[in-house]
Design a protein around this ligand. Structure first.
Ligand code: A3P
Length: 258
């Protein structure tokens, strides 16, 4: 019964035109009325854009690089999702890599809709009929308001290219200052390779009927440019055209390969 109920809670339903998990829809009014305290830190990511990565970085900073303290609980418990109405900084990742990551995530996630073929998923993703809504709306929305609020906008691609520099930005944003050695340690501990092996971040404790990591691991590749292994030339041209239309007037530049 618990399994069935959990399965129901994790399924997608629509609210305000956006597909969200039933548990979120059930508590929508409470979530919508959430008021942040001045020193609350919200991590606001589109799915598959490095949520887990930035969560681990923020906790490592908060714990001054103390690895043992960061092992106190799994990442979902250390940074609960607000949309689960128990008690999210935007981290943006280029749309093409994000689509690829999301496709593989829906293949292994047994409670989200089956993505179907890559060709079919390409259309689903563009139309925004995926959980947590359209990538375009998420990125545009945060980009447009970032200068009006205390928002630190981070790019997955920058975090890959120069993790230390990006982590330093988070440290400053959090009003902290850390020694160089602590900073280096955080860079090391939050690398893809380390986080893939870390049971507190790799989702290995989530049962197989929810996440089947034999289909595709949660810590899959962690790279920039995997889209080149998935997009056909025609899909790529079509995507670029749609991107131009949807992102018109937005001066945001995504790096597509390192
Ligand atoms: P891939 O599927 O391309 O490998 P989220 O946490 O928002 O669900 O994002 C998951 C994506 O972030 C996955 O991308 C995952 O491998 C990648 N990721 C997780 N931890 C990472 C890290 N430490 N460094 C780089 N990428 C990481």
């Amino acid at each position: 019964a618990l399994t069935a109920e959990l399965g129901r809670q994790l399924q997608l339903r629509e609210v305000g035109g956006i597909l969200l998990q039933a548990a979120t829809v059930d508590n929508w009014s409470e979530i919508q009325n959430f008021e942040a305290k001045p020193d609350d830190l919200l991590i606001c990511t589109y799915p598959k854009s490095g949520t887990t990565w930035i969560q681990e970085i923020v906790d490592m900073i908060e714990q001054n690089g103390d690895v043992a303290k960061c092992q106190r609980a799994i990442i979902q418990h250390r940074h609960p999702f607000i949309e689960w109405a128990r008690p999210p900084q935007p981290s943006a990742r280029n749309a093409k890599d994000c689509m690829v990551s999301y496709y593989h995530f829906q293949r292994m996630n047994q409670v989200l809709p089956d993505p179907g073929t890559w060709e079919a998923y390409f259309e689903t993703f563009i139309s925004g009929k995926v959980g947590w809504g359209s990538w375009f709306d998420h990125v545009k929305g945060w980009w447009e308001i970032k200068d009006r609020y205390q928002v630190l906008f981070l790019f997955y691609e920058d975090m890959k290219r120069d993790p230390k520099c990006e982590i330093q930005k988070v440290v400053q944003f959090m009003g902290k200052s850390l020694d160089e050695t602590v900073l280096d340690k955080i860079v090391q501990e939050t690398s893809f390779e380390k986080m893939k092996e870390n049971p507190m971040t790799n989702r290995s404790t989530v049962p197989k009927f929810i996440l089947d990591q034999s289909i595709s691991p949660f810590m899959r590749k962690g790279t920039v440019g995997d889209w080149k292994n998935h997009f056909t030339v025609t899909q790529n041209e079509r995507f670029d055209e749609i991107y131009r239309q949807k992102m018109e007037g937005i001066s945001i530049n995504f790096c597509m390969e390192l």
